[in-house]
Design a protein around this ligand. Structure first.
Ligand code: IMP
Ligand code: MG
Length: 183
């Protein structure tokens, strides 16, 4: 096994994630029924699993694009200094876009992204974040679709990494002793 189950506490199991993501998909479907053809913009790498499930829970024509962001700092603390590592493949001018993020923690990454994308003059921008950790907020950012509000703990799995590993855990969990929960 690629992880040690004794070292991981499950916070959100597969069924809980799936149920909530289907609710978010239904909400997005209803909100854009008049203006379909949205672009889901996923922030690499952490949101790739959420994107895959959310996109399939939306019953509308849509397209998908990716961008890469990385914040300098250690593996478990974000520094707030954000850098774009990969840009979108197409312009977003006059389009309705939904940013798909894994987690809004301090909010600094989302603030940077919203400021950057606004300059490209989309018709509208909304934010979908699977997780929100309000305890650590440093800047206010609007989140239109929130999956779960979670306590101030470093979470892993379902796209989120522990030192680049464990993105393939099918649930969201926490390392029980704070150390690497793999052999
Ligand atoms: P923020 O700029 O502090 O809001 O952090 C945003 C980014 O930090 C997220 O997109 C994640 O990639 C990463 N991050 C924040 N908290 C966690 C966590 O608990 N687990 C894994 N990654 C996290
Ligand atoms: Mg991220």
């Amino acid at each position: 096994m690629f992880y040690d189950p004794k070292k991981i506490e499950v916070l959100l199991d597969e069924e809980t994630l799936s149920k909530r993501i289907h609710e978010l998909g239904a909400q997005i479907t209803a909100d854009y029924a008049e203006n379909p053809d949205i672009i889901l913009i996923a922030v690499l790498k952490g949101s790739y699993v959420f994107l895959a499930d959310l996109a399939r829970a939306i019953d509308l024509p849509l397209s998908i694009d990716f961008l890469g962001l990385s914040s300098y700092g250690s593996s478990t603390k974000s520094s707030g200094v954000v850098r774009m590592t990969q840009d979108l493949s197409k312009p977003i001018k006059d389009r309705d876009i939904v940013i798909v993020e894994d987690i809004v923690d301090t909010g600094l990454t989302m603030k940077y992204l919203l400021d950057n994308l606004q300059t490209r003059q989309p018709r509208s921008i909304k934010v979908a974040s699977l997780l929100h950790k309000p305890a650590r907020a440093q800047v206010e950012v609007p989140i239109d679709y929130v999956g779960f509000v979670i306590p101030d703990r470093f979470v892993i799995g379902y796209g989120l990494d522990f030192d680049q590993r464990l993105r393939n855990l099918p649930f969201i969990g926490v390392s029980v002793d704070g150390g690497p929960p793999y052999p």
